[in-house]
Design a protein around this ligand. Sequence first.
Ligand code: GDP
Ligand code: MG
Length: 441
Amino acid sequence: LGGSIARALQQMSNATIIDEKVLNECLNEISRALLQSDVQFKLVRDMQANIKRIVNLDELAAGHNKRRIIQQAVFNELCKMLDPGKPSFTPKKGKTSVVMFVGLQGSGKTTTCTKYAYYHQKKGWKPALVCADTFRAGAFDQLKQNATKTKIPYYGSYMESDPVKIAVEGVETFKKENRDLIIVDTSGRHKQEAALFEEMRQVSEATKPDLIIFVMDSSIGQAAFDQAQAFKQSVAVGAVIITKMDGHAKGGGALSAVAATKSPVIFIGTGEHMEEFEVFDVKPFVSRLLGMGDWSGFMDKIHEVVPTDQQPELLQKLSEGSFTLRLMYEQFQNILKMGPIGQVFSMLPGFSSELMPKGHEKESQAKIKRYMTMMDSMTNAELDSTNPKLFNDSRIMRIARGSGRSVRDVMEMMEEYKRLAKIWSKMKGLKIPKKGDMSSL
Ligand code: GDP
Ligand code: MG
C-alpha cells in the first residue's frame, strides 16, 4: 500500500502529467466556447489535436501562466485556420474587374453587393451593380433602391427572366462605360437546389468574373461548411464575406467557410446600413470566437500606457459603455501625446484597421488632429452628448464654419464617432480586471 501511495505522490509531482491535465481541461473549456460560437465540430477536434502536438509540455510546466500559454497557442492556431495560404484576387482601381456574388437567399447578398460597391466608391472607384436575380420578385427594386441611395449605376430588368442574359448585358454595358468594378448580384433560391447551382455555373461561365464572393449569414451555425462547400463545388469561389456579425452569432462558421472554399474572408457585415461593413481583421475576430474578451490585450495595454491616476476613471467609463465626443477627444489626445500610434486605441478591435491602418501613421495623425480641430468648435453640451441626433444641419454647419472645415468633413467625423461609439458600447458591463489580475485569461 505504502508503495502505491508513494507512486501516486510521485505521479502528482510529475509536472508533465499535471500539465497534461491542465492542458486537457483547458482545451475542453476552449472547445466548448468554440462550439458555442458555431465552429464546426470537426474543426474543433482538429484544432485540439494540433494544439496537443504544438504545445510543449515542458514549457507549460515552467510557465507560470499555463492558461495563457495554451490560449495563445489556440489563438494562433485559429488565426492559421482562417488563413487559406493565399490572398484572394484583389481588383485594381482603374482596371475593369467583374465580381460575382453568390449565396443563399437571405444571406445578405444584395445588401453586401451595395456595401462592397459603396466601400470602393468612397475610395475613388467607379463601381456598378448588375441584378441577375430574376427569381425573386422585388429583387431588382431592392438593388435599384440601394444603388440610387448610394448613387451607383445599376442594370436590371423587370421583363427579362433569363439571369444569364441580364448578367451578360449588364457586364457588357458597364465595360463599355469603363466602370472599374462591375458587381453581379445573383439569386439565392430556386424551386430546386440543383437548379440554383446550375444557374450560378451558367452566370459565371457567361460573365467570366475575376472574383466570386460567397456571402454567408453568420447565424447559420453548423450548416456553414456544407453550404460553403456546395457553392464552391458549383463555381470558383475565391473569397468570403460574413454578414450579420452585429447579431448574437460569434461567426464560427467563418472557419468552415474558409476550410470549405479554401478562400479568405475579406469583409464582414455589421448591420443593415451601407457603412456597416468592415475589412475582415483576423485577430479581433478570433478573440470574439473564443469569447475572451476581445479586450484582454486591450486591458493590459491600458494598464501599461494610461497614467495610473487616470485609469479608474477610464475603466469606469468603459464599463458604462457611453462614449461621448469628449471622451473621443481625450483619447485622441492620448494617442497624439504618446507619439507612435499603436497605443491604447489601436488595441481596440475595429479601431486600428479603419482609423489607423498600418503604414499610414502620418495620415492617421493628421486625420485625428483634423477631427480634434472640429471638436474644438463644439459646445460643451455637444461634447457631452451621447445622442448623435443632436447634431442637426445647423449645428453641423456651425461646427464646419467654426473650424474652417467643410460640412462633409464634419459628417465624416461624426460617422467615425458613431462607429467608435458602437465598438465602445460593446464593452458595457464588462468585468474589468485589476492590474495583476489578468491571469484569468
Ligand atoms: P439576399 O437575399 O442574399 O440578397 O439578402 P438581402 O441583402 O436581401 O438581405 C436579407 C436581410 O438581411 C435584409 O433585411 C438585410 O437588411 C439584412 N442584412 C444584410 N446584411 C446584414 C448585416 O450585416 N447585419 C444585419 N443586421 N442585417 C443584415
Ligand atoms: Mg438578393
